[in-house]
Design a protein around this ligand. Sequence first.
Ligand code: PGA
Length: 248
Amino acid sequence: MHIIPVKDFNDLGRKASQFIIQLVREKPDAVLGLATGSTPKSTYKELIQDHRLNGTSYQHVRTVNLDEYVGLAKDNPNSYHYFMRDQFFNHIDIPDRNIYIPNGLASDLDEECRRYDRLITELGGVDLQILGIGRNGHIGFNEPGTSFEVMTHVVDLTLDTRKANARFFNTLEEVPKQAITMGIKNILQSRSILLLASGPSKADAMARLLNESKITNAFPASSLHQHRNVTVIADEDALSMVYLERRA
Ligand code: PGA
């Protein structure tokens, strides 16, 4: 695991965007695995700015998102479909046909999961997967206890995760109780992974990930120790409990 310490959230965006821009320049039809949440926002902002200033094109890029809530329409401002358009896709030149996000309104959710797995295979797999990390170590919506062997699946969200995401909804009750998420097996099949973390609320999770090398289902992000090409970009607050020698 390669660790890149950065100062703050904006720095995180600048550094992470450099990885993505370099990949897209080298491989214009790259498959990007994308994430939602607060953490990647500064990265998307930088990518949009680079697209405007330097013309980096996403005409041939394909994107697959990690997850989507069950039961929210695409135009619901809390859906991840909406988030991605608002934060990224509407501001670059990616064609709609190249954008893939699980359909949380599918009538047969299990079939939707199998379809998503087939789709990723047909695209040739993910070149670079962007990940955030939950306070409980979840990646995507793979909550503690999830087998590392499952592919895309429907999950029951933990109360902790629903509370963490409740800030975007009017009430906790409105936060969906289920989501579709790529499994840890999908994530580990990506050719490279960029894990992003910012802020003091991630300090515990980063300490557990980076100070320990134990791989356990109880802490899903620990599965990343099994992958050979993981880069962690994290800011000072997120790294505040990580041993100094590991931060050098
Ligand atoms: P956040 O979420 O970026 O909003 O902190 C990350 C996650 O829970 O995976």
